[in-house]
Design a binder for this molecule. Sequence first.
Ligand SMILES: [Zn+2]
Length: 491
Amino acid sequence: MKRVLMAVFKQEVGSFNPQPTCYDDFEIRRGTALIDDLRGTNTSTDGVIEVFSEHGAIEMVPTYAAWARVCNGLVVQADLDRLIDELLAEVGKTENIDGACICMHGAMAGEAEGDPEGRVLAGIRAHIGDAPMVVNFDLHGVFSDRMVDAADAMVLLHTYPHVDMRSTGRRSARVLLDIMEDGAKPTSARVQIPLLARGDQLITATGKFGEAMEICQKIEASEGGLAAGVNIGNPFTDTPDLRSNIFVTTDGDPERAEREALRLARFMWTHRALFVADLTPLEAAVRLAEETAGLTVFSDAADATASGASGDSNAILHGLLDYNYAKKALVPLVDAPAVAAAHAAGVGATLTLPLGGSLDKGRFTPLELEVYVQTLSDGQFTYEGGLPAEGGRSAVLIHGSLAILATERSVFSTGLRLFRAHGLEPTECDLVVCKSPNGFRIHYGDLAARIVAVDVPGSTSANLKTLPYAQCPRPIFPLDEGVVAPFPLED
Ligand SMILES: [Zn+2]
């Protein structure tokens, strides 16, 4: 039996969120618990487990899994060091490893370490020697030379919003089997693109980005095409490696890998003007919601908890009040002090609270509002994808026609279960605010009569020029004018 080392190391950091990520924000699993607890979840790891289980003659060697329940700011350095040391310590206990299949997001960053994934992959490489290593990633990862050098192949998601986590895990496991069992000789090409992409055209089912994904899928389906992906970075993970990348891996054909990677890079660069977000000013957004029959969804990408924001923005709440929105609306808000006050007052109480701005104090000022405490809860629920949410205690606070779902900690604001777990039914409302740029479309796309991407401030604003970049390599599109592609645009 061939022995395959497995590890999971996932988080997406928002460098402009002042709220740090701590060790306790991670779920940790060691040894077989990695398989037991991730089997059956909608994750890349489950896809890896499926392929090796179906194979029957692969011995999975699960070592360590760390995945963040939330995406906050930079990981506290001592906590990041602890995570990496723990992971590599478990890896160090293994022996006779024939291959490694690693599951990562790619956009983690610590206070003093911009490339945690590179450190992990280099550490695994040092332990397993020349054994093949395939790593699967989100397409929003940030890639260093150290990561690229350590892995034999990078396998990236092909959908956005992301629905192909499991199949991406499966693709990565199959590439590893191709190398280990069928003698494939992976040769990889990487083309770096000075591009930060946002906006609707990234939606792969309908947008221009989908055409790039089709090219990738054709490469992977072709003879000798092992992996092809377009990485667009996470524009909020401000590190020296932030940019877009093309990765193509072929079986022993470096010239083709280079050629296909260059073709994809040219495609992304040629269409770069499409990959800029088209945002609607707040007042206009409120007017659109008023005139819409049926459900309107506001995308607050600027406070996207899944992109690394703090979730405590009250900008849209402010706008709904300022512009006298009178229909039924659901607004999520991370606000531990408000939840504490509501729990102290009890169900049925009416009290005046400062709402929002408890975390990202430089961007948001608390809004004093009289609210009625409708329900209180321990906040435990399971996301649509099967993983548990841990937003801590919660409270439903009513102000006129507005229902504010306040949670103590950050939760992903993409699906309907967030609201339903708290007795709120999004489909019976006129407006739902999702703190998400696109992920919510999987759940709301068929339900919404109108979706509006609202231009409000926030640490993950799609209006990238509003963000205080300090480390990202410059010049880069669209932050700078006149950026020149570092590769030939024609043969
Ligand atoms: Zn992503």
